[in-house]
Design a protein around this ligand. Structure first.
Ligand code: HEC
Ligand code: HEC
Ligand code: HEC
Ligand code: HEC
Length: 437
C-alpha cells in the first residue's frame, strides 16, 4: 500500500452542520448520464477555470485546470495507457493497443459515446472535469451567472460531487468497477495493479482544486470526513454485492471471477504457512476460497455503533454469503440479494446524520480491538482497518499526537507480499492501549 498523505483538518467553522445527505442519490452518474460532455478545453479558458492562480473575487478558485493538469493523476490517466506497463498488458490481452480499447478507456478517460462528445471534447484529456462533474451541455452557459444557485446547477445536470453518497458511487465506478466496466482478473493477470480504495483517504489524496471555506459551507454544507468514510465503505459493500449478481461472476465458465476473492489467498508464497484459517470462522473449510468481504466486515463494525440488531443480522448474512459461495451460483446470488436488502434498511441509520465525537471514539476503539484480536487477517481487511483508524484519528484532531504510533501501524502494511498478520495485530494492540489506557 502506498503511503497515504492525509490533510490536517481544515479550520473548523462554527456553522451548524447541515445533514450530510443533502441530495438524493442521482439516478445518473457522470458516465451514464445522457448530456453532452463539452470537453476540458471548454472549462479551461483563461476567463473560466484556467487562471494561473486562485481568483480572490470568485467563490471558486478558477485555477482548477492548472491543479488538475499539473498535479492530479486523473489528467495523466489516458497518457499512461502508452507506457510500457500498459503496452505489455495490451499485448498479454491480445489488444491492438491499450489507448484504443474500451476496456481501458472506460476507466482511464471520459469514454462517453461519440454522440455525447461536444466540439472541444478530446479523449486524450483522460479523466477530465466532466468525468466527475457530469456532462455540462445543459449547465455550461448558466452555472457561473450571478444568482444561479447550486440547486439550480444540479437540476440542470451537474453531478452532486460534494455529497457523500453520489461521490462514493461516482469514484467507485472506476476505483472498484461496475458490471459495465471492471478490472477483471484477466486484466489483473495481464499486469494491472490491484485496485484499493477508501473514499475519504482518496478524497484527501486527490490534489484539491477547491477550498472548503465559509462561503463553500454556506453553499454546500459541511460534510464530515467520517460520514464520507462511512459512505465509501457502504457503497463499496453495496457495489461488491451487486457485482455478484452481474454476468461477471460466471463470465469465465467453470472458474468464477477471481477478482471477487481475496487476492492474497492465492498470491502468497507456500514456503511460509500463514494458517490464517479466516475461512473457518465464516463457515468455510480449510483451503476454500474466500470472497473479499473487507468492506462488508468494516460496515458490520460501523453499524454496531448505531444499529446493533442490524449489525448482527448483517454479520449473519455475510456468513450465509460465504457458505453459499462454496455451493452454487444461485445460492450466492440470493444471499447477496438478502445482504443488499439488509444494507438498504440500514442506510438511513448509517448515513443520515454526522458522527459525534463519542461515536468516533468508540468506532476507533472497536476497529482497533478487532485488529488486536486478529480478526482482520487478510491484507485487504487490515488495509481498510488502518485507513479507518487513520480517518477517525484525524477527525478527532489527534493525528499529531499519535503520529509515531500511526507510522508503525502503517509500516506493518507497507509490503503486501511480506504482510504478517501477527505483526499487524500486535502493533494494533499497542495502539489500542496507548489510545485507550
Ligand atoms: C474498473 C476501472 C479500470 C479498468 C477497466 C482499467 N483500469 Fe487501469 N487503473 C484504474 C485505476 C482506478 C487505477 C489507479 C489505481 C490506484 O492507484 O489506486 C489504475 C491504474 C493503472 C495503471 C498504473 C498507473 C500508475 O500510475 O502506475 C496502469 C498502467 C493501468 N491502470 C493500465 C490499464 C490498462 C492498460 C487497462 C486496460 C487493459 C486498464 N488499466 C483498465 C482503473 C481501471
Ligand atoms: C476525479 C474527479 C474530479 C475531477 C476530474 C474534477 N473534479 Fe472538480 N471537484 C471534484 C470534487 C470531489 C470536488 C469537491 C466537492 C464539490 O464541491 O463538489 C470538486 C469541486 C470542484 C469545484 C467546486 C468549487 C466550489 O467552491 O464549489 C469546481 C469549480 C470544480 N471542481 C471544477 C473542476 C474543473 C474545472 C475540473 C477540470 C479541470 C475538475 N473540477 C475536475 C471532483 C473532480
Ligand atoms: C473515470 C474513472 C475515474 C473516476 C470517476 C475517478 N477516478 Fe480516480 N483514478 C482513475 C484512474 C484511471 C487513476 C490512475 C491514474 C494514473 O495513475 O495515471 C486514478 C487515480 C486516482 C488517485 C491517485 C491514486 C494514486 O495511486 O496515487 C486518487 C487519489 C483518486 N484517483 C481519487 C479519486 C476520487 C476521490 C474520485 C471521486 C471524486 C475519483 N478518483 C474518481 C480513474 C477515476
Ligand atoms: C483463486 C486464486 C486466485 C485469486 C483469488 C487471485 N488470483 Fe491472481 N492469479 C491466479 C492464477 C492461477 C494466476 C495465473 C498464474 C500463472 O500464470 O502462473 C494469477 C495471475 C495473476 C497475476 C499475474 C502474475 C504473474 O506473475 O504472471 C496478477 C498480477 C494477479 N494474478 C493479480 C491478482 C489480484 C490483484 C487478485 C485480487 C483482485 C488476484 N490475482 C486474485 C490465481 C488467483
Amino acid at each position: 500500500m502506498k503511503k497515504t498523505i492525509l490533510k490536517l483538518p481544515a479550520f473548523i467553522f462554527s456553522l451548524a452542520c447541515i445533514a450530510a445527505s443533502g441530495h438524493a442519490l442521482a439516478e445518473e452518474n457522470p458516465i451514464t448520464g445522457k448530456d453532452k460532455h463539452m470537453g476540458v478545453a471548454t472549462c479551461a479558458s483563461s476567463v473560466c477555470h484556467g487562471k494561473p492562480a486562485p481568483d480572490a473575487n470568485s467563490y471558486a478558485l478558477l485555477n482548477e485546470y492548472r491543479t488538475w493538469s499539473r498535479e492530479d493523476l486523473h489528467s495523466k490517466a489516458y497518457k499512461i495507457l502508452f507506457n510500457a506497463e500498459s503496452k505489455r498488458m495490451a499485448k498479454n490481452l491480445g489488444l491492438a493497443s491499450a489507448h484504443t480499447a474500451d476496456i481501458c478507456l472506460d476507466c482511464h478517460a471520459d469514454n462517453v459515446p461519440q454522440s455525447q462528445r461536444g466540439p472541444k471534447f478530446v479523449i486524450r484529456d483522460g479523466v477530465g472535469c466532466e468525468a466527475c462533474h457530469g456532462g455540462s451541455e445543459k449547465w455550461l452557459d448558466s452555472h457561473y451567472k450571478k444568482g444561479v444557485t447550486h440547486a439550480e446547477n444540479l437540476a440542470a445536470g451537474m453531478y452532486p460531487t460534494e455529497s457523500p453518497k453520489p461521490r462514493a458511487e461516482m469514484c467507485l465506478s472506476c476505483h472498484l468497477g461496475t458490471k459495465d466496466k471492471f478490472a477483471t482478473h484477466r486484466i489483473m493477470g495481464a499486469g494491472h495493479p490491484r485496485l484499493a480504495f477508501e473514499l475519504e483517504t482518496f478524497t484527501a489524496n486527490q490534489p484539491a482544486h477547491y477550498v472548503v471555506d465559509q462561503d463553500y459551507l454556506e453553499r454546500k454544507g459541511q460534510i464530515e470526513s467520517v460520514t464520507m468514510w462511512v459512505a465509501g465503505v457502504y457503497y463499496t459493500a453495496k457495489q461488491t454485492l451487486e457485482l455478484y449478481n452481474s454476468h461477471l461472476l460466471t463470465a469465465n465458465g467453470m472458474i468464477p471471477e477471481l477478482s471477487f476473492y481475496d487476492c492474497h489467498a492465492c498470491h502468497h508464497p507456500m514456503d511460509k504457512k500463514t494458517w490464517r484459517q479466516t475461512s473457518i470462522e465464516v463457515g468455510l473449510k480449510p483451503g476454500d476460497l474466500r470472497l473479499n468481504d473487507a468492506a462488508l466486515q468494516m460496515l458490520v463494525g460501523i453499524a454496531y455503533i448505531r444499529d446493533q440488531e442490524g449489525a448482527q443480522r448483517l454479520l449473519q448474512l455475510s456468513r450465509d454469503l460465504h457458505v453459499a459461495s462454496r455451493k452454487d451460483v444461485n445460492g450466492l446470488r440470493s444471499s447477496a440479494k438478502a445482504a443488499l436488502a439488509q444494507l438498504a434498511s440500514m442506510e438511513g441509520a448509517l448515513l443520515d446524520r454526522n458522527y459525534n465525537n463519542n461515536e468516533i471514539t468508540s468506532l476507533r476503539q472497536r476497529i482497533l480491538s478487532k485488529s488486536a484480536a486478529g480478526q482482520y487477517r487478510d491484507y485487504t481487511s487490515a488495509e481498510q482497518a488502518f485507513l479507518g483508524v487513520e480517518t477517525l484519528t484525524l477527525a478527532l484532531n489527534q493525528s499529531e499526537r499519535y503520529s509515531a504510533q500511526m507510522d508503525s501501524f502503517y509500516a506493518s502494511l507497507a509490503s503486501e507480499s511480506a504482510f504478517q498478520q501477527g505483526r499487524f495485530a500486535s502493533v494494533a494492540k499497542n495502539l489500542l492501549s496507548t489510545m485507550y489506557p
